[in-house]
Design a protein around this ligand. Structure first.
Ligand SMILES: [Ca+2]
Ligand SMILES: [Ca+2]
Length: 98
């Protein structure tokens, strides 16, 4: 009977440890990489290629994938237009120090 009580006490002591360990594990997981709307072609850089893509897509000169459409909508207004192209262009200029 004494062993049963000790076992039950140990179980109730271990439950919070397991729960806390799980919480610490989940909290320490690295955040997923930020979704870079400016990197339209998803090559890890924002440059003139992305400007060109946004401009061509906004003008209907290029049919884009759904993912590219999401990345092109830089200002997240649901439209892909000159405003998005300008924002990507400004980002490239700023990056190049221009
Ligand atoms: Ca890019
Ligand atoms: Ca937009």
């Amino acid at each position: 009977m004494k062993n049963l009580v000790v076992g039950i006490i140990l179980i109730f002591l271990l439950i919070p440890v397991v729960i806390l360990s799980y919480i610490v594990f989940v909290v320490q997981q690295p955040a997923p990489p930020a979704f870079d709307r400016y990197d339209v072609n998803h090559d890890g850089r924002v440059n003139s290629s992305d400007c060109n893509l946004v401009y061509r897509i906004s003008r209907g000169y290029l049919v884009a994938t759904e993912e590219m459409l999401d990345r092109c909508d830089v200002n997240e207004d649901g439209l892909i237009n000159d405003k998005d192209a300008q924002l990507v262009f400004n980002a490239v200029l700023h990056r190049d120090g221009g």
